[in-house]
Design a protein around this ligand. Structure first.
Ligand code: GLU
Length: 318
């Protein structure tokens, strides 16, 4: 009897010692610093980034700094000039950056860029005064096309183009989401573009107050847009998504993805992916877009190469 007690004690003591050794080894590894480029403080990128920072810090030995920015195009530049390691970026913007085309033609191809994972649909929304009934009515009105450095602005330009319009047809302003809400309330703008996860708080605020509705993009124009630019897919915002909007709204969507530059090491990226995809419910509780996390969505429609860690996680472990 006594011998058995001693044996159990020895086994327990050994387990404790091993666990202590393991902990010490973990503590000795230097903490990894991750700089994550997000977006404007009233957007989804920023809130999602905040949630990820908290979850990653809780589950691995890292310190994560969420950097506010103008949006996707800004984030590409932060990755490129080494001021960020990972970033939220629209898949269309990411592809132009990788290939050095469209808005990145002057900067050239950014081949050190890769996709960690696609996260959720970003819907091209145009909030407008109620007397504006369609995109064509934006002619001559004061319109915010998104912050400088946003992906929203490129979507605004392409949507206007699908209606045969450009910046000479509207009175253009460059405002982020919260500045747009303020300008709309104060009567300084009549409409604003917003490419973001749905529902977007900036838009909910205005539809809830009754001053704004969301413009639909007609079938023919959606076809022009999707034929011309491969990243758009048709998207319907269901009736009731926003207070005060009782009908479905037809528009187009791109995808929000997490991107990386070559500066961050593969082991760290693999750990990040494992934690994100193992924390779906926790993320979704903090930020509704979290419910879109799936292994299929993560790699679908991504014309930029997957990060080697993502290949390992999403492709080889199938
Ligand atoms: N997709 C937006 C952009 O890059 C930002 C969205 C957000 O901040 O949630 O313009």
């Amino acid at each position: 009897m006594m011998k058995k007690g001693v044996a159990i004690f020895c086994v327990l003591a050994l387990a404790v010692l091993l666990a202590m050794g393991y902990r010490r080894e973990q503590d000795l590894r230097p903490q990894v610093r991750i700089r994550m480029a997000t977006g404007g403080e009233s957007g989804i990128y920023y809130a999602y980034g905040d949630a990820l920072a908290e979850i990653l810090e809780k589950n691995m030995n890292v310190s994560v700094t969420a950097i506010p920015s103008g949006g996707s195009a800004d984030n590409i530049r932060l990755l490129r000039n080494g001021r960020a390691d990972i970033a939220f970026v629209q898949n269309d913007i990411m592809t132009y950056a990788y290939n050095g085309t469209n808005i990145f033609s002057a900067e050239g191809a950014f081949k050190e860029l890769s996709v960690i994972a696609g996260l959720y649909p970003e819907v091209c929304q145009i909030a407008a005064r109620r007397d504006i009934t369609g995109v064509a009515d934006l002619k001559g009105r004061r319109v915010s096309v998104g912050a400088e450095g946003s992906g929203t602005e490129l979507n605004a330009m392409q949507i206007l183009e699908s209606y045969g319009m450009d910046y000479t047809d509207v009175d253009v302003d460059h405002l982020g989401f919260s500045a747009s809400v303020e300008a709309f309330r104060e009567g300084r703008i009549d409409a604003f573009f917003c490419t973001a996860g749905v529902p977007t708080p900036a838009i909910s605020e205005l539809t809830g107050e009754g001053g704004a509705h969301i413009l639909s993009i007609g079938d023919a124009r959606i076809r022009v847009l999707t034929d011309q630019y491969q990243f758009y897919s048709p998207y319907v915002i269901p009736a009731g998504t926003y207070a005060g909007i009782g009908a479905d709204i037809q528009t187009a969507a791109v995808k929000a993805a997490l991107a990386a530059s070559d500066r961050i090491d593969e082991e760290t990226v693999l750990k990040i992916i494992e934690i994100i995809f193992g924390s779906r419910d926790e993320i979704a509780r903090i930020i509704p877009e979290g419910k879109n996390l799936s292994r299929g969505y993560a790699i679908d429609g991504m014309p930029v190469p997957l990060h080697p860690a993502s290949e390992k996680f999403f492709l080889r472990s199938r």
